[in-house]
Design a binder for this molecule. Structure first.
Ligand code: NAD
Length: 292
């Protein structure tokens, strides 16, 4: 059945996810503090609202696709935030913010009788456009059952348990692997290219062999060998994910030796290429360091 949803955060992931809801016939009320992002969603058929509060006055279920925990906290608790909304009953957070921020958001909203659904996603812009994301959701089971039909617009659903934070922990484990793959693939490719191997042939061999990973399958062919270094995921956000993962592993007493090195590579990438550096700029860094 056709419904009205709110959607806040219309960036690389939020933009295409809004399109999926629109294509399914739903009405989507949107807000982003970036006027250009808002205008793109309106051009796609969404209806602009002028604040998170305006969205929360008009929609019962609101999706968030925001950069990080502080942004989610702001959208919830600011003066023109979700908490004051007349209609909002449920906030489905598709952002990666870590388990601690998810628990805090759940408590803030819960105090007002608003449910928080911890539901990060994986699969990049392509997955968001095609509706093939991995959607990892933690919330009470009855609410999950209620939301499953709309969440299916985004991709394949996985239930992570009732407590807020478990979706986030799952996502951090996934992104630790994704970031490690980008970092280690950058080292291997720089070595081979400098020795005189053809990078395209290298990827073919690796993808036919045991080194195959998400960087060799997608990120390198699309954004490194083409020299565009633009996979649509900011190095700053990947760095946030690994940092949150290390915080969590430290709190749990699980050492992450490799993860710590991966984090430093992302920190250096941002230091060298600036705050808008792309995830795949890690490969550019290794090419520069290696003199490739
Ligand atoms: P993005 O930076 O492209 O988009 C975030 C949007 O949120 C921007 O349009 C920004 O203007 C808006 N925003 C920020 N603060 C706001 C506020 N206070 N009020 C209103 N709007 C605000 O980021 P993205 O790549 O779309 O990622 C969104 C989330 O999804 C992040 O948590 C990210 O880690 C996660 N994620 C990203 C990818 C990816 O490949 N890009 C994949 C999976 C998960």
């Amino acid at each position: 059945s056709k419904q009205t949803f709110g959607f806040i955060g219309l960036g690389n992931m939020g933009g295409p996810m809004v399109k999926r809801l629109l294509h399914a016939g739903h009405t989507v009320l949107v807000f982003d503090r970036d006027a250009a992002a808002l205008a793109r969603a309106v051009a796609d058929g969404a209806q602009a609202r002028s604040s998170a509060l305006d969205v929360a006055d008009a929609a019962a279920t609101i999706f968030l696709s925001l950069p990080d925990g502080p942004a989610v906290q702001h959208v919830i608790s600011a003066q023109d935030g979700l908490l004051q909304g007349k209609r909002v009953k449920c906030v489905v957070d598709l952002s990666t913010i870590g388990p601690r921020a998810a628990v805090a958001a759940s408590q803030a909203l819960g105090a007002r009788g608003i449910a928080y659904v911890d539901s990060p996603v994986s699969g990049g812009i392509g997955g968001a456009e095609r509706g093939t994301l991995a959607v990892m959701t933690a919330c009470p089971q009855p609410l999950y059952d209620e939301l499953a039909p709309v969440l299916k617009n985004f991709g394949r659903l996985f239930y992570m348990g009732a407590g807020p934070g478990l979706g986030q922990t799952m996502k951090l484990a996934n992104n630790l692997l994704s970031a490690a793959a980008v970092a280690i693939t950058s080292e291997a490719m720089a070595m081979g290219a400098k020795a005189g191997l053809d990078p395209g042939v290298m990827l073919e061999v690796i993808n036919a062999g045991s080194g195959r990973n998400s960087a060799t399958m997608e990120k390198f062919p699309k954004a490194v060998l083409t020299g565009t270094f633009n996979i649509g995921f900011a190095a700053r956000l990947a760095c946030k994910d690994v940092r949150l993962c290390l915080e969590e592993s430290e709190a749990l007493g699980v050492p992450m030796v490799v993860g710590a090195a991966v984090r430093e590579m992302l920190v250096v990438t941002n230091a060298v290429y600036g705050k808008d550096a792309d995830y795949t700029d890690v490969a550019r860094l290794l090419e520069t360091w290696g003199g490739v």
